[in-house]
Design a binder for this molecule. Structure first.
Ligand SMILES: [Fe+2]
Length: 244
């Protein structure tokens, strides 16, 4: 069975992404619906039926479309415990991983096909070239531990599908804390006049090169932040990004 992913951009100030995962057998799941009308239109265009709603966490901008979609499609918001996964077909599933930090109950979904992790739907845990903030119920120590866990656990080829498009701002911040990072400056150069929400997401391999929260070994970042111990550096970077 063929399974495809459609990314929707909400064109709101928070720059939310919503994802529809659908099969050629006509079943679809939605992750973090922001705009129910937009999801309904897309479901209609795709000619599929919504069978489940998944949320990475309970912040309003990730659950905003839940009720309307539940009522319209008569489908459920799926609740998980850590041992569960969403069975898509015999070779494909969405695995659930706990990722506390942005909120204490945050989870991410790993799309696994034939034993290979293809995508991570990361909500507000990881962004392209950044990580989530801890301003609304979060804990920066937990976010550090989660980020370290993901850095070691995720394969390099996995595609990072975040809950928001903050790519350009994150790259600008990354360059500020690591001015000699050519990968970041090259990417920023090519982003001029491009709608970043239309760009394909990054892979973990790229993230290790451009995301300062994965680059805690960089001497340049350590010197600029004035901190060298990993956890303290992560926390300092998070604070700097919050106030930037
Ligand atoms: Fe959030």
């Amino acid at each position: 069975m063929n399974i495809l992913v459609k990314r929707l951009f909400a064109y709101n100030n928070l720059r939310n992404f919503t994802y529809i995962i659908y099969t050629d057998k006509g079943e679809a799941w939605v992750i973090d619906p922001y705009d129910a009308g937009q999801v309904k239109d897309e479901i209609k265009t795709l000619g599929v039926n919504l069978v489940g709603i998944l949320n990475t966490h309970d912040h309003f901008d990730h659950t905003r479309g839940n009720q309307e979609l539940q009522d319209y499609f008569k489908c459920a918001v799926l609740a998980f415990d850590i041992s569960q996964s969403v069975h898509l077909d015999q070779n494909q599933s969405l695995e659930i991983l706990k990722t506390p930090g942005h909120t204490s109950e945050h989870i991410v979904f790993l799309w696994k096909r034939n034993g290979i992790y293809e995508m991570i739907f990361a909500g507000d845990t990881l962004f392209n070239a950044g990580v989530g903030n801890c301003k609304n119920g979060g804990n920066v120590d937990e976010l550090f531990e989660t980020t370290q866990m993901l850095q070691h656990r995720l394969p390099k080829e996995i595609s990072l599908q975040p809950g928001h498009d903050y790519l350009k701002r994150n790259l600008e911040f990354g360059l500020m804390v690591e001015p000699s990072n050519k990968k970041i400056s090259e990417r920023l150069y090519h982003l001029n006049n491009i709608e970043t929400e239309l760009l394909p997401p990054t892979t973990m391999e790229e993230e290790l090169l451009i995301n300062p929260f994965f680059r805690l070994d960089s001497e340049e970042i350590r010197a600029l932040a004035g901190v060298s111990e990993s956890r303290e550096l992560f926390k300092k970077l998070r604070m700097m990004r919050d106030n930037w």
